[in-house]
Design a binder for this molecule. Structure first.
Ligand code: IPM
Ligand code: MG
Length: 314
């Protein structure tokens, strides 16, 4: 028996996660499913986006399925994004973001704990200057590259290291050096590098050439949306946050306030995230079955109908 905590979060999270719950229940696996609160809505209600009770439930589960959170553009005093908080708190240093369609089959391995997301931002000179410290460490660069290389070994055995070391000589320079060092331990892999800007172009022009892509936090954030755009959109882009703590599985899409509450959100990214979760929990065959069914099911434009179609096909 495995315990899974479901967090709707904000916006369409409250539609796609309950839909995923139905799919998981229909699969009759030994899973205990329970809900916990988090998100901007929760923050507005109780002043905390990730309540203690939620943290306790998360820490005592085998996996977490997370919907989406609203991320306000402006700074809101006291608000910390619960997904960033969970990634950091559970030390989920690797964000795995697969993108598949036709002959395109890429896996973006995004560093999840530092870089531009260090949280070290401040203003000086009476608000005239804003400064961010981009932190890159040997430890985090090593472990993320290891994850990428291990993943590549069970795929097409190719790793592309993406950085901007020609300009960011210290930070990206360190990431690049460490990544190549770690990759030396995997002589069976083809290892190459590309600058982030060139990568954006090559990914559009020859996406089928890429297998595993390893990169720093913000570059990975951007490239994973690009990869999603190339392979069917955010509606079918799943992700896994893994590391030393309990894995968190989340669709790449956000809370989509423009369509929230209308019953039209595409639940397939959440279903595919659940498939990644099943595989992580050891239900490898069920994970594969769910993945196949989801890729074979079109989104009807209605969350409930798509959910029923997936359940019927299972
Ligand atoms: C993602 C999202 C998050 C991120 C936001 C919502 C904090 O864009 O998961 O890709 O930047 O990591
Ligand atoms: Mg993103």
């Amino acid at each position: 028996m495995h315990t899974v905590t479901l967090i709707n979060g904000d916006g369409i999270g409250a539609e796609v996660i309950p839909a995923t719950e139905q799919v998981l229940r229909a699969m009759n696996l030994p899973l205990q499913l329970r809900y916990a609160d988090a998100g901007f809505g929760t923050f507005q209600k109780i002043g905390d986006a990730l309540p203690k009770e939620t943290i306790a439930l998360c820490e005592s589960s085998d996996a977490i399925l997370f919907g989406a959170t609203q991320s306000p553009m402006e700074k809101v005093d006291g608000y910390i994004s619960p997904i960033l908080n969970l990634r950091r708190r559970l030390n989920l240093y690797a964000n795995l973001r697969p993108a598949k369609r036709g002959d395109i089959d890429m896996l973006i391995v995004r560093e999840n704990t530092e870089g531009m997301y260090s949280g070290r931002e401040r203003v000086e000179a009476d608000g005239q200057i804003a400064i961010l410290e981009r932190v890159i460490t040997v430890g985090a660069s090593e472990r993320i590259t290891k994850v990428a290389c291990e993943q590549a070994m069970s795929r097409r055995r190719k790793v592309t290291i993406v950085h901007k070391a020609n300009v960011l000589k210290e930070t990206c320079g360190l990431f690049r050096r460490v990544a190549f060092d770690v990759a030396k331990d995997y002589p069976d892999l083809q290892v190459e590098e590309l600058l982030i800007d060139a990568m954006a172009m090559h990914m559009v022009q020859r996406p089928h050439d890429f297998d595993v892509i390893v990169t720093t936090n913000l570059f990975g954030d951007i490239l994973s949306d690009l990869a999603a755009g190339l392979t069917g959109g955010l509606g079918i882009a799943p992700s896994a946050n893994i590391g030393s703590g309990v894995g968190v599985f989340e669709p790449v899409h956000g809370s989509a306030p423009d369509i929230a509450g209308k019953g039209i959100a595409d639940p397939r990214a959440a279903f595919l995230s659940a498939s990644m979760m099943l595989s992580y929990l050891g239900y490898v065959d069920d994970a594969e079955k769910l993945r196949r069914v989801v890729y074979d099911t079109a989104h009807t434009g209605n969350t409930t109908d798509t959910t029923h179609a997936v359940i019927a096909a299972l």
